[in-house]
Write a protein that binds this ligand. Structure first.
Ligand code: FES
Ligand SMILES: [Fe+2]
Length: 281
């Protein structure tokens, strides 16, 4: 990740190019996640085409850093959707960020989001859609489109943030009382008929699956940002793809198959006793 910064001059200012702008709509909501989760989500460009796969089909990153990120994105469907260059710039001291369209779509469009802490686990968000070169009718139409889109995006983001917070809390709690280190899943033949299955070991969800006749166990929590993996199906190649950022893991090796440097649940072992009981440790 580089930190070259935004290419738009005066990127933290409103309307740096003095375009004729209208505020097409304002979206207001309180989400059930802390400010920390909300800021983490803003800088997390990687989730767009995965978590928001009904709104974005692809994303090619140009640059990213603590200042924000810039990427070429496409909507849905990919074939007919124009490529849009978006630059997102954060202004932490003023608790706000702007996502600006630099090319494609509506160049010069600025979406300003303001965060305010509502309580430890709640954040108020206010989003303003500033559209250049539109009349009142055009602004009203675009405004209502943007409100619908943002409702979906923030629903998806809120779900991810809440699940991540739950996983972080559980991790902190289980570190205190992680005594249980092994579980007996009973007779191998009987177990096989029930797979796939999610069990709990030392307070953590563990998925048990069968691939090519062998039983495998892996943590039902993504090692990247702790997405729940209990309901993610194993594909024909024995892999699972995380719904949050699209990392694909080979269950047999635990390794990521799409170029990232991460491993699924190191340390979980499946063994079969002499009396054909399956142990996970
Ligand atoms: S949480 Fe990011 S790929 Fe799974
Ligand atoms: Fe998002």
């Amino acid at each position: 990740m580089t930190t070259a910064g935004p290419i738009q001059p005066n990127a933290q200012d409103h309307n740096p190019n003095n375009l004729p702008m209208k505020v097409a709509a304002v979206y207001d909501r309180v989400i059930g996640a802390s400010l920390a989760r909300a800021w983490e989500n803003v800088l997390d460009w990687e989730h767009l085409p995965h978590l928001h796969n009904s709104s974005f089909s692809s994303l090619k990153l140009e640059d990213a850093g603590q200042w924000g990120w810039r990427a070429r994105t496409k909507g849905i469907p990919e074939e007919t959707s124009p490529e849009t260059l978006i630059e997102l710039v954060v202004d932490r001291p003023n608790s706000r960020y702007v996502s600006r369209t630099l090319e494609g779509g509506l160049p010069g469009m600025e979406i300003w989001t303001y965060f305010a802490k509502a309580d430890e686990r709640k954040t108020r968000i206010e989003v303003e859609f500033h559209i250049p070169h539109v009349d009142d009718d055009g602004a009203a139409k675009l405004g209502s489109l943007m409100l619908g889109l943002y409702e979906t995006l923030w629903d998806e983001d809120e779900r991810m943030m809440v699940e991540r917070q739950t996983a972080l809390d559980a991790r902190a709690a289980s570190a205190k009382n992680a005594n249980e280190s092994q579980i007996d899943l009973g007779d191998a033949k009987e177990l096989t008929s029930k797979l796939p299955l999610t069990i709990e070991l030392a307070g953590k969800a563990v998925n048990i699956v069968q691939i090519d006749g062998e039983i495998y166990a892996y943590s039902a929590e993504c090692p990247h940002m702790l997405a729940p993996l209990s309901d993610v199906p194993v594909d024909k190649e024995g892999c699972i793809t995380c719904p949050w950022h699209g990392y694909r893991f080979d269950i047999k090796t635990g390794k990521v198959t799409n170029g990232k440097d991460l491993s699924l649940s190191p340390g979980l072992e499946v063994s079969i006793t002499d009396d054909r009981h399956v142990l996970v440790s």
